[in-house]
Structure formats: C-alpha cells, structure tokens
Design a protein around this ligand. Structure first.
Ligand code: ATP
Ligand code: MG
Ligand code: MG
Ligand code: MG
Length: 566
C-alpha cells in the first residue's frame, strides 16, 4: 500500500470526549470513526489491526481442535425465554420486534443458539466432545459505553462453546482453552494474567478471566508476587452470611484423610454410628500430584441429614441429597468452607450430582455467593472470629502467605465451565455410553477481539503515539521517502518497498508529497514498528532503519536489509 493512495487522515488533537489514551490515539491515528455511542466504524488501518487479531485467534482456535461456525446475530426471543435469560439478562440485551410483532434479541452471546443447534443435531456421545467457535459482532446495550473499542455496544467477540458427556472431558477442554488463550494473547503482544473470576450472568462454576494489566482497566485484580494467585476483586471480596456468633462455623475441624477411605472408615474416624447419616463432607484438593482428601466435620447442633456421603472411590466423591426440599439444612455448606480455606489452598468441593441442586441455592443475599459452591476455596478469606473479609491489598496471600498487590485490569478474555446450566434448561441431551439420556455438559470461552486493540495500545504507547506489537500492527514496516522530489530517494524506496513485498513483509510506502517531519510524526502516531528511511545514506547504498519501540536507529546496507526486517 502507498500512503499517497491510502485513506489515512491523522489528527494533532483528539476530540474532548476521548478519555483514555487508546481511544485518543485510535481516533488521531485514523483507525476508527464513531457513529453513535459505543458504535464505531473501522477505517482501513484499524480494520487491518482487527483482521490481524482475528487471524491469530482463528489460527490458535483451529489449532486447538475447535471448529469455526457463524451463527445469526438476530435471535428469536423464544430461545432466550427457554433459557430464562430473556428476563435475567436485563436491559443490556438489545431487543426488537419484527413487522409481525415477534420479539427478537440481538445476540450479546450465543449460548442459546449454539445449544439449540447441538440439541437438534447431536444425539450420541460418539459425536462428542466438540467445540464450536465464531468470530462475530455482538450487541450489548452497555449502561456506560466508553473508551472507544474498550466498551462498545456493538463489538467483535470470539465466542466458543464446548459440549461433553463427562466432567473430565469438560475439564480437559477447559485447560485446552486456557492454553490456547495464553498463546493468543502472547502472540498479540499483550502482558496479561489469568485470574480467578466471577461468572456474572453467563453462569457457571469454574471460571478465569484474562486480564491485561493497565491503568485504564475497569476491573481490580488482586495478585500475589510470590505465587501465581490472582483473582478479580469482585470475586476475592465475595462475602458470606457469617456472623461473629456463628458457633457452628467456629467448631468445624479439618482432617486430612487417606483417599482409600470408605464410608465406614469415615464414620469410625468421626465416631459416628454408621446407621446415622455421616456428618461429613468430603473435599478433594484440586491440584497437586497426590490427591488429598479432606474431611470437614460439623460439630454443632446441626442435624445434618440433608447430604450424605454415598460413595467415595478414588478421585470421585458421590453425594446424595436426602431431603432436597429442606433448603435450610444446606446452611451447613457455609459452615465448612471458611475454615477449610483458612488452612488449605485450592480445595474444591467435588460433588457431581448434587451440584445441580446446590447451584440453585443461594447462600446469601448476594448472587456472588454462589461461588461458595464448587469453586476454589482459596479465594475466600475467613477469619475464625468474624466475617469472611474482603481480601485487600497488602494482606496475606490466601494461597502462599505472600503479600497481595492490586492492579487495574482490562478483561480481554473469559472462560467458563458452564456445566448443565443451558443444556438442562433447554433439554439438550445425548445418549451416553450406557445408552442412557445424559444432559450435556458445556463450557464457553470468549475473547474481546476488538477490545484487544484498545488493550494493546494501553500497554504500548509513548508521547508520540501508538507502538503496535509487531504481530498486530497495521503494517510492520513504513518505508519513508523524506523528499519526494529527490529521484534517488524515490528509486531506492521503491526498490526496498518491492523487495519487502516480495518477501511477504507487510509494508507501506510513504510516498506523499509532504515534509519529512510530518511523515515521521505520522509514522510514530500510527505506530508502525519499523521505519526505513531513504535519506542521505543512500549515496553509500544504505538506508536508515528505525525501531519504533526503542528509538534505535541503524544505518544498514540495502543488501542486508532483509536480515533486519525479518
Ligand atoms: P465486562 O466485565 O468488561 O463487561 P463481560 O464480563 O461482560 O465484560 P463476557 O460476557 O465475559 O464480558 O464476554 C467475553 C469477552 O467479550 C470479555 O472478556 C471482553 O473481552 C469482551 N467484551 C465484553 N463486553 C464488551 C464490550 N462492551 N465491548 C467490547 N468487548 C467486550
Ligand atoms: Mg459486561
Ligand atoms: Mg466481566
Ligand atoms: Mg466476563
């Protein structure tokens, strides 16, 4: 491409409404153009960045084994009513009616549509696991659209949905996606962290967000410098209903048990007659080479007959709901979580069957309290004499005892183990290996493709403009002719331009009839990673090569130029 022909209109100043640096620079550098609040066009330079991010995402998703699909933005309300989200999603869901007064939503996410496809097309476990993804426009009527592409009302997301018949398979794909996301964000040149997260309106239990640490981020991330603990503050501060006077909670004991224990062993250990319901809940340490099991015993006046341990075999724990109409009794759950979290790290309640029931059970008035079930205990700070406290900067890391630090983060990706939330509501079943109908287990995995553009700039800029990470730069190299009237400069620049193009280097030629200083300023503002300048040194068969990030300049023989660029 030649800048003389390109649609690039740069500005010295950004409009007043642009608050953060990425928004200002994207407007000044002619990347995007606002149409309405939270709605933007991508101009040629911005569009190239977007496509490069998309390609990285697509390549890594394909590599992971996921299959690309393309689903409709326009979605019938009936599907959303089936999942319960027509109401639950609230005003962020863009709604409309067609000419026959039929209701529709503009997709903010696609769990309903994809579940509908799979329930109709997939009937057997043999076709699973399967992960379907798309890169597509999403609509969310954000209450505060702002910061340009960072929080749009129309934006580009990569969303993926996986389907499984077993939990192990879901766990496996979750890890596969986690690694895939790490590869994607690394290739995009981002400095990021995977943090434990809140699942919001999507629902689900196990979930991580990928945060780009930057001042303009809208989330607070608590992280530990000594270990890899990191959590969204939203999650780290979830509060339970604990009262200081909660004697039952205080009297809970934690006992490490061998994983070969049977129900009888458990009962004997706690001195409980086997004829009675076992007053214990088994926890499995969720990581480490040797699985450890923990037994939390309630020694209160609780008549704990809501849950009984039915079976305990190797890694799996089976719990049976005895009286699931008696919700009150489930209060015992809050009884053991705190103290366990105090002494141990990353312990997970592993109760496959009962989770279904427990998930619908709210421990406290706050929806976030759902996380007390089937999530990592290390997130919760419990103090035996009081409430679960907010994890704060400067405290004890709940995992290793190190010191917690706080940073602002931009959420660029989010992965969830949804379990059966949607498949159950929408009756998505397949025949399992035993020929029985099994409810599908699902995972979902999102990336803010357009938000990555903003996040990359928030981390890579200086007083002169953007410093694009090379893999997502609109062009990798800007060949600048300082003086267009100088025929030798033009000839050498044209040769270099052709040479780089021949070697598949993404290059643009600044052949505009403008002052050299103006061209350099534009190059810095737009953020091309490398400038090649055909200045005085061409007399010696050399050109100037300038690195945008370091500012280093080298005089390079044209013959060896490719070594520099590649
Ligand atoms: P946020 O907390 O920023 O509102 P979210 O948690 O609502 O995001 P998800 O439902 O997890 O978003 O969607 C997956 C990804 O889509 C997010 O990780 C984010 O990168 C991106 N995203 C979400 N909302 C927007 C938006 N309004 N504009 C641009 N990207 C967005
Ligand atoms: Mg949101
Ligand atoms: Mg979020
Ligand atoms: Mg999210």
């Amino acid at each position: 491409m030649r800048l003389s022909k390109a649609f690039v209109k740069t500005y010295k100043e950004a409009p007043k409404e642009a608050e953060v640096i990425s928004h200002k620079l994207m407007l000044r550098a002619s990347m995007i153009k606002r149409l309405a609040s939270g709605v933007y066009s991508y101009l040629p330079l911005g569009n190239r960045v977007l496509k490069k991010v998309e390609n990285i995402v697509r390549e890594e998703m394909d590599k992971s084994g996921a299959q690309e699909v393309f689903m409709p933005v326009l979605q019938p309300a009936d599907l959303w009513k089936e999942s319960g989200r027509w109401i639950a999603y609230g005003p962020e869901l863009m709604r409309m009616k067609d000419r026959h007064e039929r209701e529709f939503a503009l997709g903010p996410t696609h769990e309903e549509v994809v579940t509908d496809i799979v329930r109709n097309e997939i009937n057997s476990y043999k076709d699973l696991p399967m992960n379907l993804y798309q890169i597509q426009t999403k609509f969310r009527d954000e209450i505060r659209p702002r910061f340009g592409l960072m929080r749009g009302r129309e934006f580009i997301m990569k969303d993926a949905y996986s389907f499984h018949t077993t939990h192990e398979s879901l766990d496996e794909e979750y890890l596969n996606m986690k690694t895939t996301y790490e590869n994607i964000f690394t290739r995009c040149g981002l400095d990021f962290r995977a943090v434990e997260a809140d699942s919001g309106s999507i629902g689900g239990d196990v979930t991580h967000e990928f945060m780009v640490l930057a001042e303009s981020g809208e989330d607070d991330v608590l992280y530990c410098d000594s270990c890899d603990y990191a959590a969204n503050k939203e999650k780290a501060t979830s509060k339970a209903d604990f009262k200081e006077s909660d004697e039952e909670a205080k009297s809970i004991e934690l006992v490490e048990t061998p994983n070969t224990w049977t129900i009888e062993d458990v009962a004997a250990f706690f001195n409980i007659p086997t004829s009675k319901t076992v007053k214990a809940i088994v926890l499995k340490e969720a990581f480490g080479e040797n699985d450890k099991y923990y037994m939390a015993l309630i020694r209160g006046d609780y008549e704990v007959n809501t849950i009984k341990v039915k079976n305990l075999v190797n890694a799996a724990v089976e719990l049976e709901m005895i009286n699931d109409s008696d919700m009150e009794k489930l209060n015992l759950v809050k009884g053991f979580i705190g103290p366990v979290g105090l002494n141990n790290e990353n312990i997970k309640i592993v109760m496959d069957e009962s989770v279904k029931f427990m998930k619908n059970f709210t421990l406290g008035p706050n929806k976030k309290d759902h996380h007390y079930i089937n999530s990592n205990i290390s997130d919760f700070k419990y103090d035996m004499t009081g409430d679960i406290r907010e994890a704060k900067e400067g405290e004890k890391c709940p995992r290793c005892g190190g010191t917690l630090k706080i940073a602002r983060g931009i959420e660029v990706g989010h992965i969830f183990e949804l379990g059966t939330k949607y498949s159950e509501a929408m009756k998505a079943n397949v025949l399992d290996e035993n020929g029985k109908q099994a409810t599908l287990k699902m995972g979902c995995y999102g990336i803010g493709v357009s938000r990555i553009m903003s996040a990359a700039i928030e981390q890579n800029y200086d007083e002169n403009g953007i410093i694009w990470p090379v893999n997502i730069a609109p062009y990798e190299v800007d060949v600048i002719i300082p003086n267009i009237k100088d025929k030798d400069q033009v000839r050498v620049a044209e040769d270099v331009y052709q040479l780089l193009k021949d070697h598949n280097i993404d290059v643009i030629l600044d052949d505009r009839d403008e002052r050299a200083g103006f061209k350099f300023k534009d190059a810095d503002l737009i953020g091309f990673p490398m400038k090649i300048i055909t200045g005085k040194s061409i007399a010696e068969g050399k050109v100037e090569v300038k690195d945008r990030k370091t500012g280093n300049t080298e005089i390079v023989e044209i013959g060896t130029l490719l070594d520099y660029v590649k």
